[in-house]
Ligand binder design. Structure first.
Ligand code: ATP
Ligand code: MG
Length: 326
């Protein structure tokens, strides 16, 4: 792949140094350096995003709109030598180049309360900044992405083991929720999609913009809670509280207690089903080191979901308290 990255880099530079960057599961990401400065070169994963050109045109609308309001809050896209924002290589793979945001670091998980609060605040702010995005409404970058009922339908067709069918059926009512679309969302609210100032709890920029879509605000909130409050397979009420405080202190939406409590479960069930589906289909979507990895990941999500269910009363109390404080 780095040979392909090297060739792609020639669309921007005649000479540069290239090294892999980040721990991404989806795209291939490289840090690229020429005599003057650093950039981020990325190949858009064409098997995840069926229409990389559509993704690029939507992503650049997001970048333009947000940059005009808050310069630097998302990295700039850099045109290539032909003046284009994307480069298509001989295999039809689509590449783009971002400014590297200096003086920042990414965390795979967050330790401090302040860093958790600023993560949630940053994703709420990201949604706020897109409320008035002009132009035609986005097409979904990944068809049916984040819609639980679609994944459930698909999963049922694969005739999974009886115990899985029962586990999922007991929670199938979650798919009745969050069906409407309320506004633009980030679509991948993991803390590793935030760039923190080095050594600080403050967020400098938001990255990984390919999944921005017109969706339900709670898909973002739920995914953030799932990934940041649910570490090591168990759910942390303390982390949930920090995320609630950050999100509710910033968001323009008016959530209900139920939405704040159930959206993490909606997203966790959905990811578990997607992982299990991918496992049953031979790991087409999520990269694996060994066969069975996606099954283990699915089981971890289902354990986390049970942990959230056990925490329900505590979550309701915290959601109620934080809502009334905002
Ligand atoms: N403009 C940037 N400046 C500095 N670092 C960046 C920049 N863009 C991305 N990174 C780093 O590279 C990592 C991977 O980038 P990105 O999230 O866009 O890729 P991805 O493959 O889509 O990730 P994932 O699959 O994990 O969601 C980020 O977590 C961040 O550490
Ligand atoms: Mg990412």
């Amino acid at each position: 792949m780095s040979q392909a990255a090297r060739r792609a880099s020639l669309a921007w530079f005649s000479h540069c140094e290239i090294r892999p960057l980040g721990a991404g599961f989806i795209n291939d990401t490289f840090q690229v350096q020429n005599q003057k400065r650093s950039y981020v070169l990325q190949r858009i994963n064409g098997s995840v995003f069926p229409n990389p050109r559509l993704v690029m045109s939507q992503t650049s609308r997001v970048v333009d709109h947000i940059t005009a309001k808050v310069s630097g809050w998302v990295p700039a896209l850099v045109p290539n030598l032909a003046g284009e924002l994307l480069h298509e290589d001989a295999k039809g793979e689509v590449w783009r180049l971002w400014d590297y945001v200096e003086g920042t670091e990414t965390h795979q998980s967050l330790r401090s309360a302040a860093a958790l609060q600023s993560a949630a605040q940053s994703f709420a702010r990201f949604q706020n900044l897109l409320i008035d995005l002009p132009g035609p409404r986005f097409e979904d970058p990944i068809p049916d992405f984040l819609q639980l009922e679609r994944y459930l339908e698909y999963f049922a067709q694969l005739q999974p083991e009886e115990s899985w069918v029962r586990f999922v059926a007991e929670r199938g009512a979650l798919s009745e929720l969050f069906r409407e679309r309320t506004g633009y969302i980030h679509g991948d609210c993991k803390v590793n999609n935030l760039l923190y100032y080095v050594g600080s709890d403050n967020v400098a920029a938001v990255v990984d913009l390919d999944t921005v879509m017109y969706g339900h605000w709670a898909w973002d909130f739920g995914d953030l809670v799932r990934s940041a409050a649910g570490e090591a397979g168990t759910f942390s009420l303390y982390r949930y509280e920090m995320l609630l405080e950050g999100f509710l202190g910033e968001t323009n939406v008016v959530p209900t207690v139920d939405e704040l409590v159930l959206s993490p479960r909606y997203v966790t069930l959905m990811l578990g089903i997607r992982l299990l589906t991918d496992h049953l289909q031979g790991d087409r979507y999520f990269k694996v080191d060994a066969a069975g990895d996606n099954l283990l990941r699915a089981e971890a999500q289902f354990r986390l979901l049970e942990s959230m269910e056990r925490a329900e009363v505590g979550m309701q109390a915290l959601a109620r308290k934080t809502l009334s404080a905002n």
